[in-house]
Design a protein around this ligand. Structure first.
Ligand code: ATP
Ligand code: MG
Length: 385
């Protein structure tokens, strides 16, 4: 008896004429998740099977597969001979000591001597006898289910539960976005959400070395790694903005530090996005969360982006909701490590909360915007994750 993983995909992307496109992306991503494991992926009608893997690695494989967007549910099944006695012996492995159950059967092999109703009924009877009065059948709301799937060549799959997958759309089916990835809680969650809609996500991080240290950079690399398990790999670009902060600090009123820096970050981000053919910027902004995330603050940074939309998937979320998602995707523990982000360097005591555009433009006119941006691009580093 060997174990097999059954993968079912989300129904949504099966509709319409793009089916082949979605399926190919999904399959590529499954293969990528299985890289490094000795496992075979087989396509069947409407589902995939993973087989011939090392059973010691089962849990690890399941964890990887659960991060593939587009995957609706999966089940770990035993493959056995398709005679009823073998099926019964296997079904016992999924049987609880007491409670109500239901057998559900499916016949992939139409030559099989019993119909699916007959299989369920006969196996149900055998399990009732085996349960010695402690098991009962309930076809409407059973405590547990036993699933039987008759395959060709005298084989059958038997399993119990359906494990929930990541759902969403396969990454690679909805274009590419450039995520502004800080070391905080929010931006990795924002990237995760766009990947769930099928978007390829690459990352851009701004640092203020030597004011921010190497550990701060490592933390961002770690966050990009965590995100990359959902995005089927990613590229992280890092850009130094120290000289920009120094120039603002030297020439402009301190309360505009954050706003002005943000405008530089968005300008650099858009140019980098266009270079790598990304079609939008993604940020972790949430309305009202901090001083720079008022609608006025967003308007001010948004107005320097000329060609691309800025997606803010968290804009209407409470911090608690974001934290919940961060924990669920496995980023939280890393996000809360206490290393400084570039925005906390030169932080004024009283940042302008509702900055007026005319004031910002007056302050910005004191700076060599193009020269500072060009210098920032000289520092760009590319890290394949
Ligand atoms: P996060 O938890 O994502 O850091 P935050 O709550 O700290 O967000 P801000 O610091 O105001 O909020 O940042 C808002 C958004 O701007 C971030 O979600 C991120 O997309 C972008 N951002 C901020 N700092 C950086 C940075 N150093 N590098 C890249 N992007 C950044
Ligand atoms: Mg931050």
């Amino acid at each position: 008896m060997k174990r097999v993983i059954i993968i079912r995909y989300s129904e949504i992307f099966l509709k319409g004429k793009n089916r082949g496109f979605f399926e190919r992306a999904f399959e590529t991503n499954l293969r990528r998740a299985l890289e490094g494991f000795d496992a075979e992926l087989v396509k069947q009608i409407g589902r995939y099977l993973v087989q011939n893997f090392n059973e010691d690695e089962l849990e690890e494989i399941v964890e990887k597969l659960k991060k593939v967007f587009g995957l609706h549910t999966l089940s770990v099944a035993y493959e056995t001979n398709s005679d009823l006695q073998s099926i019964f012996e296997t079904a016992k492995l999924f049987c609880r000591a007491e409670g109500t159950f239901k057998v559900e059967s499916h016949r992939g092999d139409k030559q099989y001597p019993l119909t699916s109703v007959e299989i369920s009924r006969t196996l149900g009877g055998m399990l009732l006898e085996y349960g010695k009065g402690k098991l009962k059948v309930d076809v409407h709301d059973p405590d547990f289910r036993i699933q039987v799937d008759i395959r060709e060549h005298g084989r059958a799959l038997v399993f119990g539960e359906f494990i929930e997958g990541a759902n969403g759309m396969p990454v690679g089916t909805a274009g590419k976005g450039l995520l502004l990835l800080s070391g905080g809680i929010d931006s990795p969650v924002a990237g995760h959400m766009m990947a769930k809609r099928g978007m390829n996500v690459e990352c851009l991080h701004f640092h203020s070395y030597p004011y921010t240290n190497m550990q701060a950079k490592e933390k961002v690399v770690d966050l990009a790694k965590i995100l990359s398990e959902y995005t089927c790999g990613t590229t992280l670009y890092t850009v130094k903005v120290t000289h920009i902060q120094e120039s603002i600090h030297e020439k402009c009123k301190p309360q505009y530090m954050v706003t002005l820096l943000r405008r530089f970050m968005y300008r650099i981000a858009e140019r980098q996005a266009l270079r790598i053919k990304a079609q939008c910027l993604i940020t972790g902004e949430s309305l009202g969360q901090v001083a720079s995330q008022t609608i006025e603050g967003m308007t001010s940074s948004n107005s320097v982006v000329e060609k691309l939309p800025v997606l803010r998937p968290l804009v209407g979320f409470d911090k608690n909701e974001i934290i919940e998602r961060s924990v669920k995707m496995g980023a939280y523990e890393t996000s809360i490590l206490p290393f400084e982000d570039c925005c906390t360097v030169f932080l004024p005591d009283f940042p302008a909360i509702r900055p007026k555009l005319e004031d910002i433009l007056r302050e910005e006119a004191k700076l060599d915007v193009e020269g500072l941006i060009a210098e920032a691009f000289e520092s760009i580093e590319k890290i394949e994750i």
